[in-house]
Write a protein that binds this ligand. Structure first.
Ligand SMILES: NCc1[nH]cc(CCC(=O)O)c1CC(=O)O
Length: 355
């Protein structure tokens, strides 16, 4: 009999090195034994965007799943479904101008709900906090470096890593489509000019090389995954450029009703990534910004086990910027995020939240 997830199969192998699963292999989150799986038709169909970064993330995730669940080591265990999203199609506009949230996920959610795919791999920072009914975030993978980088074009003189903004030439043209990066840059350097550059990591670097801007900003996580980290001129401290909520984390969605797959996927959950993403996403949800609100959120776990969260809200032109931090028990990640978000919102001018 071919093509089925055998009864009783479960993530029983040791987790791959360097990966801390959310719970011991072979147990459910609450410590209950894994119940036998029903026979499930293979291949499992995985939805992904088609960019080189998205494909890298998907293949890396499938490798991890195979190492954790060797019973799936079957040539036909997975089928990759590349899905073009609205965010991929629209390249000439700022996403905020076309209705913003979740544009890299909409068509992927539809495929999941229609049953055309079984699960999907996302960059968590591109995944809206309020998922459509019937879809859940099954697991979050170990975080890659969450920081942003500054990448100088060929005509831009080197900057001092200790104070990277100060050394940018007066009036330099910075290519970014991210209002969060724009607001933080303009707050530090109101003289800079921000130009829209969109497209995937490779095409943005090509535009920079072609002189369309003097410098750009990209997530270090994406550069590392594409083996292009050497393109970063300076890695920006997370306090100097607060990253986006979920930056550097890959998240997997499934249908809420698909308990079998949900259980399998939550077997490879990274507990630290879940805690920090819970805090960052609760902050984002509590701020309830419009798609035009620059928002940053970055959590980390401290050596004493506490969670430290920095949140930022600003006006796109940088004329207002409010940044605050909170810390507390990691188990309270969601409450910490909510509290910080509500405080930031209460103390910010209302125009920032209007789309
Ligand atoms: N918005 C595009 C996007 N979504 C996720 C990443 C980087 C990888 C990650 O954050 O996990 C990027 C590129 C970038 O912002 O430079």
């Amino acid at each position: 009999m071919g093509g089925g997830l055998p009864a009783g199969s479960h993530p029983g192998a040791a987790p791959p090195p360097g990966h801390a699963p959310g719970h011991a292999p072979g147990t459910l989150r609450q410590g209950a034994p894994v119940k036998p799986h029903a026979r499930r038709p293979l291949p499992l169909r995985v939805g992904t965007r088609g960019s080189p970064l998205a494909l890298w993330q998907t293949r890396t995730f499938l490798d991890l799943l195979l190492r954790f669940c060797p019973v799936l080591r079957n040539a036909k265990a997975f089928e990759e479904h590349v899905i073009t999203t609205s965010g991929d199609r629209i390249q000439d506009k700022r996403l905020a101008d076309i209705g913003g949230k979740g544009l890299f996920a909409k068509e992927i959610h539809e495929a999941l709900l229609d049953g055309r795919i079984d699960f999907a791999v996302h960059s968590l920072k591109d995944l809206e906090t309020e998922l459509p009914p019937g879809i859940v975030l099954a697991c979050t993978l170990k975080r890659e470096d969450a920081r942003d980088t500054l990448i100088l074009g060929p005509n831009c003189p080197a900057v001092d890593a200790a104070d990277p903004y100060a050394a940018l030439p007066t009036g330099a043209r910075i290519g970014t489509a991210s209002l969060r990066r724009q607001a933080q840059l303009l707050h530090a350097r109101p003289d800079l000019q921000v130009q829209m550059i969109r497209g995937n990591v490779g095409s943005r670097l090509a535009k920079l090389a072609a002189g369309e801007a003097d410098a750009t900003l990209l997530a270090l996580a994406g550069l590392k995954r594409l083996e292009m980290a050497d393109r970063a001129s300076v890695v920006l401290d997370a306090e100097a450029m607060v990253p986006a909520a979920g930056q550097g984390i890959v998240g997997i969605t499934v249908r809420a009703a698909d308990e079998e797959l949900h259980e399998l996927l939550s077997g490879i959950e990274d507990r630290s990534a879940r805690a920090v993403s819970r805090a960052e996403r609760a902050l984002l949800a509590a701020l309830d910004g419009s798609c035009r609100t620059p928002i940053g959120g970055h959590a980390r776990l401290l050596p004493n086990g506490e969670l430290h969260l920095t949140g930022l809200v600003a006006r796109p032109d940088g004329s207002f910027l409010l940044k605050r931090s909170i810390h507390g028990a990691a188990a309270d990640a969601g409450r910490l995020g909510r509290e910080l978000g509500e405080g930031l919102r209460a103390d910010s001018p209302a125009d920032i939240f209007i789309g």
